[in-house]
Design a protein. Structure first.
Length: 276
């Protein structure tokens, strides 16, 4: 497999498999959205203070997966739409919105093609956890973001830190750099039968292709497309058990106390598009 179209196709097949598993998982807990009209996903609950008041904002959620974070943005007052290349994920998202009587629209497209399927510009482009690692070019992603924002509109990104993506699993709980920190032309190739929600149904399409992007590469890409960086905050926790020896504290998985100051696990980046 030598072209990016092939990589995207393989990843899409994998995420179609994952959508079915995730929709039934305890991690996503979609039934809580049905039971409680005020319920928010753990991801958006963490982001809420930094997001601020979304009332009336036109927001697009890139790589929205099954729509739990997208629905949470709507519950904070945004007029939302979501974009994802996985048709199975979008089917779950649309069902979730209908079942909770929430207004929203979903579009099937590779994130790089989001401009082609969306109309107008947005007050907010939101990108959440575990999205950028599926993209080969961070500069192309930033160009897409800029094309979607109105002048004065803002990007909100919270993502796994490139230092976290560079770490490998170890049997003794040590922190070992195993994968590239910087963006590379060739992807990392993984073949895993289960998804991150825990042991359960074996996936049919197990091979995936991923890329890391250094923090400076991400910041530079955002600035080069006419956005002004407003905040950049690094975090010591994440929403999933990224390394086997992490433990859950509240809604965040963290390293042992003696390792907690050694590496960041996630970051939040906000930026505003410059006036024309």
């Amino acid at each position: 497999m030598t072209d990016q179209t092939g990589y995207f196709s393989a990843n899409r097949a994998n995420w179609n498999d994952r959508a079915v598993v995730h929709a039934r998982s305890e991690m996503y807990a979609l039934e809580r959205f049905h039971a409680d009209p005020a319920h928010l996903s753990d991801v958006v609950r963490f982001d809420r203070q930094a997001l601020g008041d979304l009332t009336g904002e036109r927001a697009v959620h890139l790589q929205c997966h099954i729509g739990s974070d997208t629905l949470s943005l709507a519950r904070l007052g945004a007029n939302v739409c979501g974009v994802d290349q996985s048709e199975a994920s979008l089917a779950v998202a649309r069902e979730l919105f209908v079942a909770t009587e929430t207004e929203g629209a979903f579009f099937e497209a590779n994130v790089y093609d989001a401009r082609d399927v969306l109309t107008g510009t947005f007050d907010l482009v939101y990108s959440g956890v575990g999205a950028l690692n599926w993209l080969p070019s961070i500069s192309r992603w930033a160009t897409t973001v800029a094309s979607l924002l109105r002048p004065g509109g803002r990007l909100f990104l919270r993502e796994g830190h490139p230092m976290l993506w560079a770490l490998g699993d170890t049997t003794d709980g040590s922190l070992v750099v195993e994968y590239p920190y910087f963006e590379t032309a060739d992807p990392l190739v993984f073949d895993e039968e289960e998804t991150y929600t825990g042991p359960g149904k074996v996936l049919t399409h197990t091979r995936t292709y991923e890329w890391n992007h250094g923090l400076a590469e991400i910041v530079t890409a955002v600035m080069q497309v006419g956005l002004t960086l407003e905040t950049l905050v690094e975090h010591d926790g994440c929403e999933w058990q990224a390394l086997p020896h992490m433990t859950l504290e509240g809604t965040q998985y963290k390293l042992p106390p003696e390792q907690r100051a050694l590496v960041p696990l996630m970051y939040t980046l906000t930026a505003k598009k410059n006036a024309a």
